[in-house]
Design a protein. Structure first.
Lengths: 363, 510
């Protein structure tokens, strides 16, 4: 027996803790938020700016005028809708990281009608484009689900790859069949006709109403309907779902269609309400941010609404910081990451605590 | 049986070991002594802290307080590597082997010494085998091995590392009575070689047969240590449960048993194409409990799931009072007016949704019956409340996730729900596995109650003593075939053991 190998107790050990009461958990999360703002302040300070000023500019930049608020809401629309979309899939533990592609797919199909049927009655056209967004995004969500059910493919890779395919389809359309003849050789898709544009409510395209209605609908859907119940059971254990006589295959396909469809709505709303054309930046990373928003909100549609609003404030505010201080918007990404680091990091302290080695070495 | 240990020096001395997980105190100031040259049985119900204590000895957990001495030296075991250096080897209940590797490869995996030439290594392993009486083909791959061969590899793994202290976590749970006998002979050999052996078990007969001393844990505390020669099953049970209990299981006479379900020539394949059930035929009768015995993995799971309509079959028939139900989905079976209750082996992974509360779990099979697209939670809540009251389920509330309940309460939730659906056939797979004695008896009572109501009960079990006492007839499965269908009151444990290995078949004895 090798007795020379006796080692000391480690300096710090991680130990699972008693479940904290909900009030303490909320307090801890609030503390994490405060700490993240402080840490972000240090970061700004290190760049040579006054953190209080910068933070104030972020806030005022997002709210200082009617136009600023409208700008903030405009950023929020696709983020909120696609966060709701991925939530449906995540509830089922289906790792849909293809919101980006589903947004684009929805936008592409809707754009077809925007480009070639702009003469239709305005409301008929809007309804058709809405359905087009649903179908485009839905099919893009359905493909990986079908392959997973049939050949047990990995949905994470599959949905990710479909993002790039969707993106390059837009490039192809832009450079080829849908190229704007009036752009003098510059590759772009024509601006949509005014008849196509989504109407404004309170100065912002009505996509925000769509987003809020979807939040309420999805909240009810997940919580109070049979299909929502099935999603939770499948997400927890497909064995249990099978035991309960659920058709797992059908539930997965249906849910992924819905998940993609909701993201497709985000694409349709963005293209026809904000961009008024189709570009390869129609999703612009929103599909990835949506994943963070969904998990940060613990897949609760109400919390998602709040969190996506806060993310939009930060983004709008930082663009103002950029124009008035010359601070790159990349700094906003760093700030965002710092906040995420603290907020997600605090989950660790909710569940674990550290134990230091007792004085005197081995106990 | 107990001999005076050759070397009375203490192999392990644990003093005041405490370990908590959150609010759960898994080990509360436990004292444990093990000597070289003895077999110590660690006895306790599930949740009494046996595995936690052993995991601290093998370096998986670190105690919150208390001290461990190995061979008289105070030590701190921070990792399984430390444990290995200290000469402690653990044989886990769930084997930790690489299926695609040979026995040899698995044995040397993780050792740091120079890699030996395969020929030398083989010699060395066979030498170890010979010294304790183990038998193994070192070049056989793990996926081709039987359960007891895999266990042999696990034992060789620790012997190859020259472990002087061996910990076996429920080693007999997966063995037939004959294999258990062989294992015990090997353990005795190792004892004679001066090794210290700890065997974790909750089977009293085995404790009495193999051990020199018994340490009993109860609710995380070390209650007592007794010399095996000076104790008996009754005393051990009382120490283990914390109060006197009656150990006999009731078996009311079956009332007018009538065949309700007839299984004919049933053949089922596993997902990987292997035959799970090979043309078996039997019937299930109302008002009786049909026990199903067999080594784990002999087709029990497939049999239960096929009857419940969850698994597709290759051929055969299952008829319920003349009506074919094979090939029908659970929903279709219910629409025929046949109610089947099924308590699967994996309670939290299959029978219940672990993260949901009792209310949502009550909905699992019934949520479809409500019209419309919305879920009606009212009847489910009423049912949950009634079960809590009637079965004395201990839970903070009917919305508390069921995974937070104790094993016994989880099983009450599951059986309660299945019984409440008013089944005519109730299939239960290992319904008392992992439960404490109290909860086990509650389950036996519930099953007997169903039997007396005329329900046809199927009980898949692993403890032959229980099967013999509780069931009316016992069906023995071996490699997917029926090797015996016997009257439980006129058969012995040994006979069933032989049928489980397929070396002897029994007939229905009426």
């Amino acid at each position: 027996m090798n007795t020379q190998k006796l080692s000391h107790e480690p300096l710090i050990r991680v130990v699972k803790r008693t479940e904290r009461p909900p009030r303490q958990v909320t307090l801890l999360r609030a503390l994490a938020l405060v700490l993240s703002i402080l840490a972000g302040g240090l970061f700004i300070l290190s760049l040579g700016y006054n953190p209080i000023e910068i933070y104030a500019t972020i806030l005022s930049g997002a709210f200082r005028s009617k136009i600023a608020i409208q700008g903030t809401v405009k950023i929020m629309i696709p983020l909120l809708i696609s966060s709701l979309g991925v939530t449906l899939a995540f509830k089922m533990k289906f790792w849909n990281i293809g919101a980006e592609g589903q947004i684009i797919a929805g936008a592409i199909v809707a754009s077809y009608f925007a480009l070639y049927h702009s003469d239709w009655n305005h409301w008929v056209l809007i309804v058709v484009m809405f359905l087009a967004g649903v179908i485009g995004g839905g099919i893009w969500g359905l493909i990986p689900a079908l392959c997973k059910m049939k050949w047990n493919t990995n949905e994470t890779l599959f949905t990710l790859m479909l993002n790039y395919i969707a993106l390059h389809i837009v490039d192809y359309l832009r450079d080829g069949p849908w190229k704007d003849p009036g752009s003098q050789g510059f590759p772009k898709i024509a601006r949509f006709d005014a008849n196509v544009m989504l109407d404004k409510v309170l100065g912002v395209q009505f996509g925000w109403i769509v987003a809020l209605v979807l939040a309420a609908l999805i909240y009810i859907y997940l919580r109070y309907t049979k299909q929502g119940y099935e999603i939770s059971v499948v997400g927890e254990s497909t064995e249990t779902a099978r035991y309960a006589g659920m058709n797992v295959r059908r539930i997965v396909l249906r849910t992924m269609f819905l998940s993609g469809a909701v993201c497709g709505i985000a694409g349709m709303v963005q293209a026809t309400g904000s961009d008024i054309t189709l570009t390869d930046a129609v999703a612009g990373g929103v599909g990835f941010t949506a994943i963070i928003v969904a998990w940060l909100s613990q897949l609760n549609p109400i919390t998602i609404t709040v969190v996506s609003f806060l993310f939009s404030v930060l983004e709008k505010g930082s663009s103002v910081v950029q124009s008035s201080y010359g601070l790159s918007t990349d700094c906003a990404d760093v700030l965002q990451s710092i906040i995420l680091f603290f907020v997600l990091g605090c989950e660790f302290f909710i569940r674990y605590r550290f134990v230091m080695r007792k004085k005197g070495g081995n106990a | 049986m107990s001999q005076t240990p050759a070397n009375p020096a203490c192999a392990i001395e644990c003093r005041q070991i405490t370990k908590t997980f959150g609010s759960v105190v898994a080990n509360d100031k436990i004292d444990l002594d093990v000597r070289y040259g003895e077999i110590l049985a660690l006895l306790g119900e599930n949740g009494s802290g046996k595995t936690t204590l052993m995991n601290m000895l093998s370096g998986i957990y670190h105690p919150d307080s208390g001290s461990i001495s190995i061979a008289g030296q105070p030590v701190s075991i921070n990792s399984p590597v430390d444990a290995m250096h200290l000469g402690i080897g653990m044989i886990h209940q769930h084997f930790k082997l690489v299926d695609a590797f040979t026995a040899m490869d698995n044995i040397v995996l993780g050792t740091h010494g120079k890699r030996l030439a395969p020929k030398v290594l083989k010699e060395r392993i066979l030498e170890i085998c010979h010294s304790v009486g183990l038998e193994i083909d070192p070049e056989k791959r793990v996926y081709e091995m039987s359960v007891s061969e895999k266990q042999t590899v696990e034992i060789l793994k620790v012997l190859y590392r020259d472990a002087k202290i061996l910990i076996l976590d429920e080693p007999t749970a997966v063995l037939t009575p004959q294999e258990t006998g062989k294992l015990f002979a090997i353990l005795r050999r190792m004892r004679e070689q001066g090794r210290a052996i700890i065997i974790i078990t909750h089977k009293l007969q085995e404790v009495l047969e193999i051990s020199d001393r018994v340490t009993i844990l109860w609710k995380g505390k070390s209650i007592d240590t007794v010399n095996t020669a000076e104790t008996n099953a009754r005393q051990l049970t009382e120490l283990m449960v914390g109060r006197p209990v009656s150990l006999s299981i009731q078996r009311p006479q079956p009332q007018d048993p009538q065949p309700v379900m007839d299984v004919q020539g049933l053949t089922v394949k596993k997902p990987d194409g292997a035959i799970a059930l090979d043309g078996i035929s039997f019937d299930i009768r109302s008002g009786e409990i049909l026990g199903i015995a067999g080594v784990a993995g002999s087709g029990q799971k497939e049999l239960c799931e096929t009857i419940a309509g969850l698994t597709k079959s290759e051929k055969g028939h299952i008829t319920f009072k003349g009506e074919e139900i094979l090939g029908k989905t659970p929903a279709e079976i219910i629409s025929l007016g046949i109610h089947m209750g099924f308590v699967p082996e994996d309670r939290l992974g299959m029978g219940l949704v672990a993260s949901m509360g009792m209310v949502d779990n009550m909905l699992l099979k019934s949520y479809r019956s409500h019209k419309g697209m919305f879920i009606d939670r009212k009847p489910a809540r009423a049912l949950a409340e009634e079960l809590i009251r009637r079965l004395e389920i201990v839970t903070p509330g009917e919305d508390t996730p069921v995974r937070l309940l104790s094993g016994g309460n989880v099983q009450k939730v599951l059986i309660g729900r299945e019984i409440e659906s008013g089944p005519s056939v109730l299939i239960t797979a290992y319904p008392v596995r992992g439960l404490d004695i109290n909860s086990s008896y509650t389950v036996y009572d519930l099953l007997n109650e169903q039997k007396q109501k005329g329900v046809a009960v199927v009980f898949v079990g692993e403890d032959l003593d229980v099967l013999l006492e509780l069931c009316d007839r016992i069906l023995v499965l071996c490699h997917g075939r029926i090797t015996g269908l016997v009257d439980a009151s006129s058969v012995t444990k040994e006979q069933i053991g032989l049928m489980m290995t397929g070396s002897h078949s029994g007939e229905v004895q009426q």
